[in-house]
Design a protein around this ligand. Structure first.
Ligand SMILES: [Zn+2]
Ligand SMILES: [Zn+2]
Length: 118
């Protein structure tokens, strides 16, 4: 067992992030820096006339990368999803799901940063 560096909650053995604040002190999987990170799942869909490309980011991201990834995935989907039948249905779902993933993670990371006084 270990203690959460942000809210002092007890983190059970084998758990990767804090069960209370859902943050972890670890390595950002996007930029590799050690920082407060949040676990997020972001999805993008880019449709072509006959093909489709789906991208997923699933992992820990720091505040800066969270913003960058969210912006990239949302804009790729917004621009690219409408050119295929599946994308027409999947695109809007991904756009909403990304917001649902992004907003709580952003709030948690901002709150943590505020506490740290950085
Ligand atoms: Zn915590
Ligand atoms: Zn990062």
């Amino acid at each position: 067992m270990s203690q959460c560096p942000f809210c002092s909650a007890t983190i059970p053995e084998g758990q990767v992030s804090c069960p209370r604040c859902h943050l972890a002190l670890g390595r950002c999987e996007e930029c590799g820096s050690h920082a407060a990170v949040a676990l997020v799942v972001l999805k993008a869909n880019i449709s072509y006339i006959v093909r489709r490309r789906e991208r997923t980011f699933e992992g820990f991201a720091c505040l800066r990368c969270l913003n960058r990834l969210f912006g990239r995935f949302e804009s790729q989907t917004l621009l690219g999803t409408w050119w295929g039948a599946v994308g027409l249905f999947k695109g809007p779902v991904f756009l909403v799901l990304n917001v649902i993933e992004y907003v709580p993670a952003l709030i948690r990371l901002l709150r943590q940063r505020g506490r740290a006084g950085a």
